[in-house]
Design a protein. Structure first.
Length: 249
């Protein structure tokens, strides 16, 4: 069943109606060619999910009838923030898609010293807009109740300052040692907490960046004995955290 997102003000629970507008209506009507009476899942982008049927189409809107309001637990019990060093080419698109599938709450693109890619403000704005569209598509496909936010591109120092508000921050780093220490650190993440993950670009972290992170009480961790590509490292730690956080389900 297809999934779409709406704003809370578009949902009228009392009259069991949802009024859809925007590009999703065109996609539903002219691309998917969904007919009156067909069912869809609707999320308010926060915590509520509704099974609906299509009642009617207008020129640029669709009216849906709420058939059932559902209680779901698709989201992870802890909020995971991925701070991704800007990679080359289109790798960021893949990283965002998979991070959303794996449960990331927010993704922050970060300019680091060894990043090959340098974006001016105009280019960065267009990239973030494109990345947000990818996040929305991945959220629909993977049954997320929210659309994870793709933050504006930050400098490394800005990202450090932003991440200091989180409960715990980890840096997978090829020179870090101690798998048992990494395991113990992951096990401190509990429901309701926020956890940040910093991933370096293709060239890895600069030593000064690691020093700054440690000064701010961030924790270098190891992901094993092998060197992982930047597009693999984030997926790896997110997979581990997803499995750990959902272990009791």
């Amino acid at each position: 069943m297809q999934r779409f997102f709406v704003n809370s003000y578009q949902i009228d629970e009392q009259n069991r109606i949802i009024e859809m507008t925007g590009s999703d209506v065109n996609h539903m009507k002219n691309v998917l060619r969904m007919k009156i009476g067909e069912e869809v899942w609707i999320s308010d982008g926060k915590s509520e999910e509704y099974r609906c049927s299509i009642a009617s189409y207008g020129e640029a809107e669709a009216t849906l009838v709420i058939e059932e309001k559902c209680e779901t637990e698709y989201e992870l019990p802890a909020k995971l923030y991925l701070f991704q060093g800007l990679p080359k080419g289109d790798k960021m698109e893949l990283i965002i898609q998979k991070a959303v599938e794996l449960g990331a709450y927010e993704i922050v693109p970060v300019e680091m010293k060894r990043c090959v890619v340098k974006l001016d403000e105009k280019k960065a704005g267009k990239k973030v807009q494109r990345w947000q569209q990818i996040a929305e598509s991945a959220a629909k496909q993977s049954k997320r109740l929210i659309i994870p936010q793709i933050h504006e591109v930050m400098s490394y120092k800005e990202a450090i300052k932003y991440a200091k508000e989180l409960d715990i921050v980890m840096l997978p780093y090829e020179l870090a040692k101690g798998m048992s220490e990494t395991r113990e650190l992951i096990q401190t993440i509990k429901a309701g907490m926020s956890a940040g993950i910093f991933i370096g670009p293709e060239g890895g972290f600069d030593e000064a960046e690691i020093e700054l992170a440690v000064q701010n009480d961030f924790q270098p961790i190891t992901l094993g004995k092998r060197i992982l590509r930047t597009e693999t490292a984030g997926m790896t730690i997110l997979s581990v955290l997803m499995f750990y956080l959902e272990r009791n389900d």
